[in-house]
Design a protein around this ligand. Structure first.
Ligand SMILES: [Zn+2]
Length: 77
């Protein structure tokens, strides 16, 4: 059985690496990590200025940015 393992990022041989390693170096590992992160998209929407002020205050007291706060309100898991 031939060993053909290669780095998932740069395709460098992984023959001298641990069997469970997927990348050749820590920089390739962080690139792979970033690739595996959830992709985000920009969403624009319109709300009243009263609602915006209310959200800004709630985000402030939650210690979040307004966009993080809105995401949390919308994406309830
Ligand atoms: Zn690599």
């Amino acid at each position: 059985m031939t060993n053909t393992r290669a780095c998932n990022i740069c395709n460098k041989s992984l023959n001298n690496k641990r069997l469970d390693s997927k990348t050749c170096s820590s920089s390739c590992r962080s690139k792979l990590f970033r690739l595996n992160q959830t992709q985000s998209v920009l969403v624009k929407f319109r709300i009243s200025s009263e609602a915006y002020t209310d959200l800004t205050i709630k985000a402030f007291f939650a210690g979040q940015s307004i966009s993080d706060h809105i995401v949390q309100l919308v994406v309830k898991q």
